[in-house]
Design a protein around this ligand. Structure first.
Ligand SMILES: [Zn+2]
Length: 307
């Protein structure tokens, strides 16, 4: 019996080796489908909705890890360089991937940069908190484009013709349907937040991630725990004192922590200001992997915390 198993395992191993050897050197998989790599999961969810089973969609940054900081492995870099199309956010979101993405571009890999097709939001006067961090300076470009369904609709509209032109994929029907769904989602989110009086629409978050949401749905950005557009910056005592004052002056009802926010710092601010600390999922999909669920959850958590 044992000998039979060994032969069986040997055969399976041989099959695996020969399957691997048959992998073509381009991104196109064995199924003949084109290979699309999307840098992060939230954008990736919409790309999957758009292309369905017409192409293979691979996400580089695992859902739940910080897109600002994640660095690709040698295998991830290989996948990117073999892709028929790489879809990135841009505006410096993929901080740890910058070199890899630049190299792939210079190697001739085709790219679609989502933020090239939207109205880019810049940090406005009076936003955030006083800080010496240049990323927080008025005028800095905000990479958190997925916080607004209407902005993501622009991305979908722009991507559909690129999929046709670069990969020969016709997603005209899917694009129309997805654009309609994003319009409905915008209406739905607006309805959820309409439960909040204008005076309560004030956000304090882990980092400056809610700008597009605030702009679309009429929220004021009172301050951030980490005074930077990315979650990589250190927090200073002066910034913290300014944030506490802003929370009290504005009568902010909740502090939202995110991926990368220091729980110790958030709790200290909450304790000292008497404001509750609420966890908010801003950089990861929930269990069902849907952008629509992600946005509904975001709107509901914010609304319930500020009511
Ligand atoms: Zn962020």
């Amino acid at each position: 019996m044992r000998g039979k198993y060994i032969i069986l395992f040997g055969l399976v191993a041989l099959m695996l080796v020969s399957m691997l050897a048959c992998q073509p050197s381009t991104g196109t998989s064995n199924s003949g489908k084109k290979s699309i790599v999307v840098t992060y999961s939230i954008l990736g969810s919409l790309v999957k909705d758009l292309v369905g089973d017409k192409a293979t969609v691979t996400i580089s940054i695992p859902n739940g890890l910080d897109p600002h900081e994640w660095e690709p492995s040698a295998k991830d870099i290989e996948t990117i360089n073999k892709a028929d199309l790489v879809i990135e956010n841009g505006l410096g979101l993929e901080g740890g991937m910058e070199k890899t993405l630049a190299t792939a571009k210079s190697n001739g890999v085709k790219f679609f940069t989502a933020s090239d097709y939207i109205t880019v939001r810049h940090v406005g006067t009076g936003e955030g908190i006083p800080s010496s961090d240049p990323d927080q300076a008025v005028g800095a470009a905000d990479p958190h484009i997925w916080m607004d369904p209407v902005t993501m609709k622009s991305v979908v509209s722009a991507l559909a013709p690129v999929l046709m032109q670069d990969l020969g994929l016709d997603v005209t029907v899917q694009a129309q349907s997805l654009e309609n769904q994003l319009d409905s989602l915008n209406t739905e989110v607006a309805n959820i937040v309409s439960q909040l009086p204008q005076a309560d629409r004030k956000l304090v978050t882990g980092h400056e991630s809610m700008g597009y949401f605030a702009q679309r749905y009429g929220f004021k950005l009172v301050g951030v725990i980490v005074p930077s557009l990315s979650s990589q910056a250190e927090v200073s005592a002066a910034d913290l004192a300014a944030l506490k004052k802003a929370i009290q002056d504005n009568g902010v009802k909740a502090i939202f922590t995110e991926l990368g926010t220091s729980p110790v710092v958030a709790k200290a601010i909450g304790d000292e200001t008497g404001v509750k600390v609420v966890e908010l999922t801003t950089h990861a999909l929930l269990n069902d992997g849907s952008y629509f669920t992600f946005m509904r959850n975001l709107a509901n958590v914010i609304t319930n915390a500020l009511k």
